[in-house]
Design a binder for this molecule. Sequence first.
Ligand code: AMP
Length: 428
Amino acid sequence: MAISAVKGFRDGLGPAACLSREIEEAAAGVLESYGFSEIRLPILERTELFARAIGETTDIVEKEMYTFEDRDGSLITLRPEGTASVVRALVEHHLDQKDSILRLYYAGPMFRHERPQKGRHRQFYQIGCELFGREDALADAEVLVCVRDILDAVGIPDARILVNSLGDENCRPAYREALRAWAERRQEGLCRNCIGRLGRNPLRILDCKVESCRETTAEAPVLRDHLCDPCGEHFAKVLAFLDGLGVAYTVDPRLVRGLDYYVRTTFEVTAEGLGAQAAVGAGGRYDGLVAQLGGPRMSGIGFAFGVDRLALALEAARPGAEERAGAALAPAIFLVSLGTEAEADALALARRLRALGVRVELDGGRSLKSLMRRADKLGASRVLILGEEEVAARRGTLRDMVGKKDEKLAVDFDLQGPALLDALGVER
Ligand code: AMP
């Protein structure tokens, strides 16, 4: 019996792979223009890294990690996210001693044992970044503008950025108690999960998806009204920077992150057409995390986009995006070698064209009719035929396939460089 992929793990085929790559390249291009440089991280880490960084009581650590015993008995985990690894690398390589400000980005697969559905997979791809060493509101604003620029570059300018401030260790504890006290009086409207959360992490009741919880907490006190002066000023400054640039956002008082090290600015990006999994990205400030993982006191802010969801959002916003991305797979030249005399010349010519950046499909050893059929199927715009006669005359027969004109041209295939491209009508 044939073997299939593991549930929740998918193959990225042809056009889908092209679209993912386009998205990653667009995002990476923006990140690099913001001064971020790539860090290539391991896919496996020690389990304790995620337990300590993400938190023992989070869904990810409690239920979703792919954790294995290594051959030496130690516990290792397929990374469920990137931030913990970036911070681990920072601490391990003392990157803070090389520069007081660090801008790093990463891209690659993440693994979470979630229930697979549209937009939710067990292996999915993220591209994300982290900015360390800056506490000022300008840094938060810059990161949010970067998020907007990535959305524009990818092609989903209508995606929404939701922002909130989580306060800090000075103002959040009092708010947490106020929220807990408020919620304890309204337990009948909360789900079991939320009642359980009240003790450990009452903020999470605000982002519960259960309808009765949403209705109940609609009137809950909001953190924004409880921010201390420095946090309030910081948030106001961030928003003022965004307003100044005309970068659209929505303040969402329900937006919380469950972990203690998150402070101040937090945000989520949502897009249309994704059903229940509307979040295409998320991020925020996490000033305590580096120290928590044994590093120096160094502030941090970052975000991660889900590439698979960006692709879904792009397809929804611009139907045919995947097909258009896949069009890049069509060869510019379909090079046919007819008969054994032409083979060596065809191989050499294909190589010369490829070195000029032309996508060439080389084929031969069959009838011209079946070769032309394949050229057509691949969507090749031009077919260049080298047969016995062509080799003798040093001129290939070029057929223009666009519009099925079937115009034949004799092209000197010994031409070099741009002259060869011009003769073949290939765009430079
Ligand atoms: P998080 O690290 O949970 O904040 O996720 C950041 C982004 O990654 C989300 O906004 C999603 O776009 C994407 N993401 C998270 N989990 C999954 C998943 N299981 N499948 C696909 N994309 C995901």
